[in-house]
Design a protein around this ligand. Structure first.
Ligand code: HEM
Length: 454
């Protein structure tokens, strides 16, 4: 690798307007903008949002290095992303840095270890069954909303031993408000207004966070009142944890962590499943092969954690859905020192953007990148896409803590529901992408459920 003194090049910068830079273009259609950036400027290209220094990096090897060096040469980059994320996740795991992040990650990690998540398989399947029970033959439903309710129930039961079924609808609305507020801060009026200006979106955001906190406070109080009872869930672990000085986690920190896990732990998984239903409906041959595998492996019985590894086509379907529609479509880091990326000199303080959407649709790593092809994940090792070109869960120390849980959950939900119903997204229902904090289907996903003979 060249030393910094030998690196002379600075990345080309696309032109933009005075003061706002490329914000208008980014705001109009972010994916179109970053796609054009990469096509015109290559793997390292400069741009500017509101006068800052930004680069988009798109080579998987460069991205891997930046992700691996997060915490050393790069900050996690969330603290500068505006009022909304700060208000939603506070100092929770997505946001925190340094010693606080290390301590909290270490504390939360055991709940997400391979062995620990296997014990959630039963409740995932039970709740998926409950959902199937509420469907009936010929019904047309918004399956995205169904997935949101289901994954909310699962994450809150798995981690905090509480069933939020009765609150899931209103909680979904509150989370929806939060996701739109993130979007507004990125590319709406809020992007150019100081944090103290109480815009409509910010007022609604605060109300939404207060609603969720009310719900979470009830949960914490209930747990407290049951102190002494045997609980081995994450909430009890967090409440029992003590730092080096013997101090418990503050109430604010506790709320931030739970709110973070509640949001991060359901929206992404639900949205991934919603895109999966859309892709399956558009690709009947994939659907048929998936049904065949589920029939063969399960033979009508309820799936268990042991089956997840056997359902290789089902895993490939989810993996491919996450390639086509990586719900966490962009992320950011900030250079803490002058660095070199891909032979270019990048100054300290530069915002570095990397986009799973761009990498996953790059024909250098994926043949027919716009085609949904689960088979690409079932080839011999030598023919698989490069490992570092698949980043739906990020990478390095800040890799998604819930990635194993999300994959197992998605496979078990798909298998359970497919055993009982054939789900067809209505052909006349155009599913558009909406970019809020995540990449999700705009206006839900209308689907018809047809009961299958078991
Ligand atoms: C398909 C589902 C999911 C996707 C696509 C996804 C994606 C991601 C990505 C890309 C990151 C890293 C962001 C960055 O590097 O800036 C991340 C971080 C995170 N995810 Fe997920 N996630 C999913 C499911 C989950 C689940 C089930 C949980 C469980 C609670 C979860 C909790 C978190 C947390 C707490 C972080 C921050 C980790 C840290 O910074 O140490 N996610 N997720």
């Amino acid at each position: 690798m060249a030393s910094l003194s030998e690196v002379r090049k600075t990345p080309d910068r696309v032109s933009g307007l005075p003061l706002v830079g490329n914000l208008p273009e980014f705001a109009r259609d972010p994916i179109k903008f970053i796609t054009r950036l990469k096509e015109d400027g290559g793997d390292v290209v400069g741009f500017s949002l509101l006068g800052d220094q930004s680069v988009l990096i798109s080579h998987p090897k460069d991205i891997e290095r930046v992700l691996l060096e997060t915490g050393k040469r790069y900050s996690n980059g969330k603290s500068g992303t505006g009022y909304a994320l700060k208000t939603i996740v506070g100092n929770g795991l997505v946001m925190s840095e340094g010693e606080l992040w290390k301590r909290q990650r270490k504390l939360l990690a055991p709940a997400f270890h391979h062995q620990a998540i296997r014990k959630y398989a039963g409740l995932i399947v039970d709740y998926a069954h409950d959902l199937a029970q509420s469907w009936h033959d010929g019904a047309v439903r918004d399956i995205h909303q169904d997935m949101m309710t289901l994954t909310q129930r699962i994450i809150m039961k798995a981690l905090f031993n509480v069933d939020v079924l009765n609150h899931a609808g209103t909680a979904s609305e509150a989370f929806d408000t939060m996701m739109h507020a993130i979007d507004a801060e990125m590319r709406g009026l809020e992007a150019i207004l100081p944090d103290f200006v109480p815009t409509f979106s910010r007022v609604r955001l605060r109300e939404a966070v207060a609603y969720i906190d009310g719900l979470l406070t009830e949960i914490i109080e209930k747990q407290r009142s049951e102190a002494g009872d045997e609980h081995d869930d994450l909430l009890t672990m967090m409440m029992d944890a003590r730092d080096d000085d013997g101090q418990p986690m503050s109430r604010e920190q506790l709320l931030d962590e739970i709110r973070t896990l509640y949001l991060a732990g359901h929206e992404t998984t639900a949205t991934t499943l919603s895109w999966t239903w859309v892709l399956l409906s558009r690709n009947p041959e994939v659907y048929a092969r998936l049904e065949a595998e589920i029939g063969q492996v399960l033979n009508g019985r309820t799936p268990t954690a042991e089956d997840v590894g056997q359902l290789s086509y089902c895993n490939a379907v989810i993996k491919e859905a996450l390639r086509c529609y990586p719900v966490a479509w962009i992320t950011r880091r900030v250079a803490l020192e002058d660095v070199e990326i891909g032979g270019y000199q990048i100054a300290k303080g530069t915002s570095i953007y990397l986009s799973p959407w761009i990498v996953h649709h790059d024909a250098r790593w994926y043949a027919d990148p716009d085609t949904f092809m689960p088979e690409r994940w079932l080839k011999d090792k030598s023919e698989l896409p490069p490992r570092e070109a698949y980043i739906p869960f990020g990478g390095g120390p800040r890799i998604c803590i819930g990635n194993g849980l999300a994959m197992m959950e998605a496979v078990l939900i798909l298998a359970t529901l497919l055993q009982r119903y054939r789900v067809s997204v209505l052909a006349e229902h155009e599913v558009e992408i909406e970019l809020t904090g995540t990449l999700r289907p705009k206006a839900g996903v209308q689907a018809r459920m047809m009961e299958r003979a078991l």
